[in-house]
Design a protein around this ligand. Structure first.
Ligand code: AOF
Ligand code: ZN
Length: 368
């Protein structure tokens, strides 16, 4: 049982409890795909009497856990759910019926579920049963929770994030930036946000190691699937592949690459006619993955074949025509300046200065 407010006078109650739901939802981070992250709190007389989140596919939904937690106290209470309650039988029964059966009085919904099977039918069902429903509280926050899920539902493929690091002098750096220390485990925390991370087989010259991308450090943290593009037949024999807790999928080019010897070590290998982003994203989609990270490393040519023409053009154009000129002129006291006036259509976010040996490093993300 916890108290009603957090001391901020401007907080309205609905916003407060919805933010609490979002906080709960994040406990499932990395484990829920193809399902979304969802959190739920049940509130009665200004007290939280039940809490729940969706832990992973096949397990009950957030509402069910919260209702169980609340028990009889759910009657006449208000349920706050970060995503519209489902109204269908999937791996689990509909949450709308559970809420109706528990006789809640009101349901506050963060956002409508973009899943076409649900898409407002959950809200309609609750209203039809005489329950008051409010939709859209802390909507942006709730959407931010499930960018990958929403994108996959609407676009039919996982959300791809291209990540780059740039030094103050405009050079692209490797994943963390040369000589940059990952203070506070920032990068390993970042990885937890993704279902998969794409690595190039030429990460470290002729060989690669799955350890090239650090594992998430937090105990119990999920590890994104490492996707390795194995294009070069010559290097297959001396690939020192270090396997840790993370699942590894190796894409091989059926025309040029020999099957890497790791195939015998229980690593999934997928042989395709041509390795490109479409093929990889299509595969990820069929595996139910919602978000994929493509880490741009030191030089573009490594990714030349991989990055689709359109994306590459857009990406390089951005650098050449927009970012670099401003960058060169910019006051190094304000290293974020070049990113502040980008046009719409490409999302650049999570910019942060990183401490490095020589200078500041900026990283940005472009979502497609
Ligand atoms: C909710 N609460 O916590 C989640 C929802 O196969 P199932 O039964 O798990 O259903 C999956 C679908 O249910 C998923 O695609 C999404 O539309 C919704 N997820 N709904 O009311 C939850 N995780
Ligand atoms: Zn549900």
């Amino acid at each position: 049982i916890c108290s009603r407010k957090n001391g901020d006078d401007n907080d309205d109650d609905d916003g407060f409890y919805m933010r609490k739901s979002v906080e709960l939802a994040r406990k499932g981070l990395g484990y829920t795909s193809p399902n979304p992250l969802v959190g739920c709190v049940i509130v009665k007389d200004g007290q939280i009497v039940g809490q729940g989140f969706h832990p992973k596919p096949g397990q009950p939904h957030a509402e069910v856990f919260a209702l169980r937690d609340a028990g009889d106290l759910a009657e006449n209470a208000t349920a706050y759910v970060s995503l519209e309650p489902c109204n269908h039988f999937g791996r689990t029964p509909p949450c709308t019926e559970a809420l109706i059966k528990a006789r809640v009085k009101k349901v506050v919904v963060g956002m409508v579920d973009p899943n076409p099977i649900v898409a407002s039918k959950g809200v309609d069902r609750l209203r039809g049963a005489g329950i008051e429903v409010v939709v859209g509280v802390e909507e942006e926050l709730c959407k931010g929770l499930n960018e990958g899920y929403i994108h996959r539902m609407l676009a039919g493929k996982p959300l791809l994030t291209l990540r780059y690091s740039l030094s103050v002098n405009g050079n692209l750096l490797d994943s963390l930036g040369n000589g940059v220390t990952d203070s506070g485990g920032y990068y390993s925390k970042l990885l937890q946000e993704y279902d998969a991370v794409i690595l190039s087989s030429s990460l470290s010259g002729e060989s690669f190691s799955v350890d090239s991308v650090p594992l998430s450090q937090e105990p119990g943290a999920n590890q994104p699937i490492r996707i390795i593009m194995h294009k070069d037949s010559g290097s297959s024999n001396q690939m020192p592949l270090v396997i840790n807790d993370s699942k590894v999928i190796i894409f091989t080019d059926s025309r040029t690459a020999t099957t890497p010897k790791e195939a015998q070590q229980g690593i999934e290998t997928v042989s395709v006619d041509q390795i490109n982003l479409d093929v990889i994203l299509d595969y990820c989609n069929r595996q139910g993955l919602c978000s994929v990270l493509l880490d741009m490393r030191g030089n573009f040519s490594e990714h030349e074949e991989l990055v689709k023409e359109g994306i590459k053009k857009k990406y390089i154009n951005k650098f050449v025509t927009e970012i670099l000129p401003v960058w060169n002129e910019c006051n190094q006291n304000d290293p974020l300046l070049p990113f502040k006036n980008l046009d719409q259509g490409v999302k650049v976010e999570n910019l942060r200065p990183m401490a490095s040996a020589q200078s500041v490093v900026i990283e940005g993300y472009l979502n497609f």
